[in-house]
Design a protein around this ligand. Structure first.
Ligand code: PLP
Length: 428
């Protein structure tokens, strides 16, 4: 396996891309600016490996940001997608396969009786918020600092530190009035959450990633998920669990199953589409039937429930049996323990759950976004660049999770740990 230091073809493609795509990419983190380098353009993937446009090969831990739990180009997924494509790629009308996928989800995810499918997690989270506002006749939303729920206006708000504050927009173009209805509280902060869910102007919903992975993986403290449920119930708000990352990954039924805490609404994506665009919001019949055409909450999508995405999703869910979850757990454990040991004397903490892992460049595991933000991101960036030189493709930001998949072999995990050791030594 050779990973070229120079990537002349990627550089040329990046140059070409920057003329016609903003920043040369279609989603910001792909630009790799957070680790101080240009993006690699990818030519193909198979199993756990990527090949870039210069022919260099990498063990991939992005796996399309968690969509590919079975790895690249899994034969069962390809076969299902090809078979579906041969029958037509989209109809804008209901199909049997989307019913089968909804049934498969309802059977797995606690509290989900019905779904509405979308093409992206952003749309699904946005729809969950709309349902919550409609069902409670309230406007405010409580979210956690450092949690990501897609890029809709209401959810692009970030907090100052300390106690609950009215959100300020995290992006130009988000009207302050919209962000102001989003209350941002620090993750794992019971007092701030209690304050945000009491008083006169109560929230429509608390939205949370149950195992937040968009500030790096920052686990809930013992009892914190139960406290979310308790506060939502106490103030009459809905609890929206955003399981776009954790769904079908940390357990068959996602975080809801693993933690025993169910949301009123669950947002799903990534694994649900098996590497094609599919996401969904799910919940009880009473809540979901607020949506048009039964109810008066409007939501729609030209490609929602797309036959190819549904076929890929169903094929992927079928691969996820008890043995698959045991493998995901043992592979992630081996990787996490190996990287932690390879760090030598460097202050590094490895947080992990089955199928998820973050290497934090700090002395103790962060408990919230403010702590994660204090990590040594410059050293992290240098380490990631050194990993790429050694044939390992990590998520190029401290505030993301690695996504080990079922395709990662023991030998690839060993090679990754060796590369991690070499990369730590190189930046020492
Ligand atoms: N929610 C979470 C927890 C996510 O991690 C993401 C994307 O990474 C989203 C929502 C948005 O999903 P999408 O990128 O499909 O719009």
């Amino acid at each position: 396996m050779v990973a070229s230091r120079n990537a002349p073809r990627s550089s040329a493609l990046h140059e070409r891309a920057r003329a016609v795509l903003a920043g040369g990419v279609n989603s910001p983190v792909r630009a790799m600016r957070a680790i101080g380098r240009d993006p690699l353009f990818i030519a193909r993937g198979a199993g756990a490996e990527l090949v870039d446009s210069d022919g260099a090969c990498y063990i991939d831990y992005v796996c399309s940001w968690g969509a590919l739990i079975a790895g690249h180009a899994h034969p069962a997924v390809l076969e299902a997608v090809s078979a579906a494509a041969a029958l037509g790629t989209t109809f804008g009308a209901p199909t049997e396969a989307e019913v089968a996928l909804a049934e498969a989800v309802a059977e797995r995810v606690p509290g989900v009786e019905m779904l509405r499918m979308t093409s992206s997690g952003t749309e699904a989270a946005m729809t969950a918020i709309r349902i919550a506002r409609a069902s409670t006749s309230r406007e405010r939303i409580v979210k956690f600092a450092g949690a990501y729920h897609g890029h809709s206006d209401a959810l692009l708000a970030a907090a100052g530190s300390g106690l609950a504050t009215a959100g300020i927009p995290a992006s130009l173009g988000v009207p302050p009035a919209v962000a102001a209805s989003t209350i941002v509280v620090p993750w794992n902060d019971r007092d701030a959450l209690a304050a945000a869910t009491a008083g006169a102007d109560l929230p429509a919903a608390i939205i949370a990633e149950p195992y937040p992975a968009n500030m790096g993986l920052v686990a809930p403290q013992p009892g914190f998920l139960e406290f979310l449920r308790e506060r939502a119930d106490a103030c009459g708000a809905l609890l929206i669990l955003d399981e776009v990352i954790s769904g079908f990954r940390v357990a068959r039924g996602g975080a809801s199953e693993r933690s025993g805490v169910s949301g009123d609404l669950v947002v799903l994506g990534k694994v649900l589409g098996g590497g094609l665009p599919a996401a969904a919001v799910g919940g009880s019949r009473a809540l979901m039937e607020l949506l048009a055409p039964v109810g008066e909450v409007y939501q729609a999508g030209t490609l929602s429930g797309n036959p190819l995405a549904v076929a890929a999703g169903l094929a992927t869910l079928r691969l996820l049996d008890a043995a698959a979850y045991a493998r995901l757990e043992s592979a992630t454990r081996a990787l996490a323990e190996g990287i932690a040991a390879a760090a030598g004397g460097r202050e590094v903490c490895v947080s992990w759950l089955p199928g998820l892992l973050t290497v934090f460049f700090c002395a103790s595991p962060p408990r919230d976004f403010a702590a994660a933000a204090r990590c040594d991101t410059a050293a992290f960036g240098a380490w990631c660049r050194a990993l790429l030189e050694r044939g390992v493709y990590p998520p190029p930001s401290q505030f993301e999770a690695w996504f080990p998949s079922l395709a990662h072999t023991d030998a690839q995990i060993e090679r990754t740990i060796e590369a991690a050791r070499g990369a730590f030594e190189a930046i020492a």
